[in-house]
Ligand binder design. Structure first.
Ligand SMILES: [Zn+2]
Length: 164
């Protein structure tokens, strides 16, 4: 989930260069497990050959859907939002992690259980140039979770089944 930014390709540049089944999902049209996700004016590229779950370039987010298929919903939405956080907030990984938490809280898709799932996902990652160690990253991300209030108002209940 690092951000290898040497150039500033457009989504079209990326698809032309990488080919191999990569396609562009226009801004506002990405749907992950029934959740419509957006990242400002920026499109998403779905690339089955991406070497990670997600990546970002300054003008778009890239997701690897075959890898996503095995993840819990909250983790999928969190990864997309983390990459989106880079588009809004630059290369800082912890900022991107907190951006994703804030999004999840305000949109209502990140609860305590989802936070646990996110932590087991990032907790397994090793420390590298861009990321602190998994457990540290998890602790920092949980701190953001504690600071951000959940979506105000009542939690929407599933609609009642129509009477037979
Ligand atoms: Zn990142």
């Amino acid at each position: 989930m690092a951000q290898p930014l040497k150039t500033n390709p457009t989504p079209q540049d990326y698809v032309e260069r990488n080919g191999g089944g990569a396609t562009i999902v226009p801004a506002g049209q990405l749907v992950l497990d029934g959740h419509r996700m957006s990242c400002g004016p920026w499109a998403t590229i779905v690339d089955p050959n991406l070497d990670d779950y997600g990546k970002s370039y300054p003008q778009f987010v890239i997701l690897n859907m075959p890898l996503f298929a095995k993840l819990p919903t909250a983790v999928k939405l969190w990864i997309y939002s983390h990459e989106c956080g880079h588009l809004f907030g630059g290369p800082d990984e912890n900022k991107a992690d907190c951006f994703a938490v804030r999004r999840g809280r305000s949109a209502g898709w990140l609860n305590a259980q989802g936070m646990d799932e996110v932590c087991s996902f990032i907790g397994a990652a090793r420390r590298d140039a861009m990321h602190v160690s998994g457990p540290d990253r998890c602790a920092l991300t949980r701190e953001c979770f504690r600071k951000v209030p959940p979506r105000p108002g009542p939690v929407p209940l599933p609609s009642p089944k129509p009477a037979p």
